[in-house]
Design a protein around this ligand. Structure first.
Ligand code: GBH
Length: 454
């Protein structure tokens, strides 16, 4: 065999779940069809100055109409699983009240088409598109939103659970909390003071816990419930004992208000102390609900947080970025493949999580069509290859990662960056809706075919 053909230790376990991920508002379009109600992202993207170039998700990838062709693409690539999100306002146009049958029908068709193509559906119930009606009543600042979410999640999961076995309550709580209600650069564009923001954060983790319980109550036995959290992947600057110990401490602290309270059932003392008078008010009963046991934990991993040991009370310090640190097309997307080793590894070591999915990982790149009509995204391919090597390394060390969902199947509406930043392994011409698999798609196809990093 020619050099390079031999198996060389980069294999994944048999049955490893290779997938891709998308989210409703980023791909569906058809915002006025099928009885869908308005969401905070419709309002935000139609507010001048909020999204790059004035882009909106009105059409996006037109996935609402083109999902069959896109599932065909998944099949051709050999994908085993697809992570998608349900638009709450397609099911309950005003967030609560009576369900909209046309909305349920769309996700029924989507799930049926996936299954017919041999692709396992993984369903996220909330990927940031809050019904506008609920935002008008205070959004996540209002405790009633948590109850509304638990009801919507139970109803939707109940409708799909005869065919969908895995549900994730929420995607990236930290992102929609801190950017949506803190810095205000995502929908709904609010800038809350630290106290109200901490209370809102508490409502969000409470909503997660309430929905874990309500989904369990409304679905078939054996339904698996988890989350897709953008856990901060604390990564030791040097892999030695003292810095690894620091990274372990940092994992708990840096995720204090989301994953840690969910998995520990309490807020860390440092977190409460740091907030002082701004700390959230909560009851023991609420902490119990927030920490309702999950069947798996999904983490979205892009960029590491490098930490080092130090003699402070916390026992670690965050290492700042150098101005020359290699970065993909989005300034926040620093290339740190070790994050895909340390993120899941610390999740397993610190909390004993037994079933982990990488619910997102991927990269933006300045894709250009070459004269031959191909897109040679060698940088995205390099990024994926290196991250996957570290994922494989972790699994070899015994970290229980069961699947990997690449963000994203398609170029799509990248929130405040509009269509400027492309994350797809499939190129989308937004004028014609033509799909062209990039080099990275062919790379991923080969990874899946050989079940190893190629
Ligand atoms: C994920 O967010 C999302 O789940 C997904 O919807 C998104 O398309 C994908 O990743 C790619 O971005 O501009 O400095 O304020 C990733 C985490 C959090 C990264 C918010 C960008 C904004 C940084 N994101 N962050 S900044």
């Amino acid at each position: 065999a020619p050099a390079g053909d031999a198996p060389n230790g980069r294999h994944f376990p048999e049955g490893f779940l290779w997938g891709s991920a998308t989210a409703s508002y980023q791909v569906e379009g058809a915002v006025h069809e099928g009885g869908r109600g308005a969401t905070v992202w419709d309002t935000f993207s139609h507010t001048p100055g909020k999204v790059h170039n004035g882009d909106t998700g009105d059409v996006a990838d037109d996935f609402y109409h083109r999902y069959k062709q896109d599932i065909q693409l998944m099949k051709e690539m050999g994908l085993k699983a697809c992570r998608f999100s349900v638009a709450w306002s397609r099911i309950f146009p005003t967030g609560t009240g009576s369900p909209n049958a046309a909305g349920v029908d769309f996700y029924n068709r989507l799930v049926d088409t996936l299954l017919a193509a041999g692709v396992q559906p993984y369903c996220t119930l909330y990927h940031w598109d809050l019904p506008q009606t609920l935002e008008d009543k205070g959004g996540w600042e209002n405790r009633d939103t948590a109850k509304a979410f638990a009801d919507y999640a139970a109803y939707t999961a109940g409708k799909l659970s005869d065919r969908v076995r895995h549900f994730m309550t929420m995607n990236e709580m930290r992102s929609f909390v801190e950017i949506g209600y803190g810095s205000g650069t995502h929908a709904p564009g609010k800038k809350l003071a630290p106290g109200p923001l901490a209370q809102l954060t508490h409502n969000v983790v409470l909503a997660h816990g309430m929905s874990v319980q309500s989904i369990r109550a409304s679905t078939k036995a054996g339904t698996r419930v988890g989350i897709a959290d953008n856990a901060t992947a604390t990564t030791p600057i040097i892999e030695n004992e003292e810095h690894i110990a620091a990274a372990r401490k940092a994992m708990r602290e840096e995720n204090a208000m989301f994953l840690s309270v969910i998995l520990d059932g309490k807020y860390s003392e440092h977190y409460l102390k740091r907030l002082g008078a701004d700390a959230p008010k909560f009851t023991a009963e609420e902490l119990k609900t927030i920490s309702s046991p999950m069947d798996f934990v999904g983490i979205n991993i892009y960029t590491p947080l490098f930490v080092r040991a130090d003699r402070s009370e916390k026992g670690y310090a965050v290492v700042p970025w150098t101005s020359t640190y290699p970065t993909m097309a989005s300034p926040w997307l620093k290339i740190g493949p070790e994050a895909l080793y340390w993120g899941p590894k610390l999740l397993a070591d610190v909390w004993g999580v037994k079933e982990i999915y990488i619910t997102e990982n991927g990269a933006s790149s300045a894709d250009v069509l070459a004269p031959d009509g191909e897109i040679y995204d060698t940088d995205r391919t390099m990024y994926l290859r290196n991250y996957l090597m570290h994922l494989q390394r972790g699994i070899t060390d015994g970290v229980p990662v069961k699947g990997y969902f690449l963000w994203s199947l398609l170029d799509n509406f990248e929130w405040a960056d509009g269509y400027e930043k492309r994350f797809g392994i499939t190129y989308v011409d937004f004028k014609t809706q033509k799909r062209t698999p990039k080099l990275s798609a062919k790379f991923y196809e080969e990874v899946i075919r050989q079940n190893r990093v190629v």
